[in-house]
Design a protein around this ligand. Structure first.
Ligand code: SF4
Length: 117
């Protein structure tokens, strides 16, 4: 998968706001919103196998993970990554722009639809 960045921060949105969280920002987005603040995630990133992503995440010792982008559902491997995270007992938040069918998100993940008009 092409990953733009993986980092630790405080979740600033949703009912999980205020909690330490690991962010996995997946490269690529199918939209081009005029107000986008993550244009750097359109193309930039490093190819990483899912196993390496899981290793990086494990190093933070935090059980809350936010899968974001870009648009995370634009990568066909994102559902597999989410499945692996859930299998390791992470609480997984998935932030999506509402343009993809969210039925591809594995059961158990928390779906956050930030719908772009
Ligand atoms: S959907 Fe999000 S990442 Fe994509 S262009 Fe719009 S604001 Fe940027």
């Amino acid at each position: 998968m092409k990953i733009n960045e993986i980092f630790k921060s405080i979740q600033g949105e949703t009912s999980y706001a205020g909690l330490p969280c690991i962010f996995i920002r997946i490269t690529g987005c199918n939209l081009r919103c005029s107000y986008c603040d993550t244009t750097y995630a359109y193309e930039e990133g490093t190819e990483m196998p899912i196993g390496s992503i899981l290793e990086r995440v494990a190093g933070f010792n935090i059980k809350l993970v936010c899968v974001t982008g870009g648009e995370p559902l634009s990568d066909k491997d994102t559902p597999s990554l989410i499945e692996e995270l859930l299998g390791k007992n992470y609480t997984v938040l998935v932030e999506t722009n509402g343009s993809y069918d969210i039925r591809m998100i594995p059961q158990g993940a928390i779906k956050i639809m930030d719908i772009k008009c």
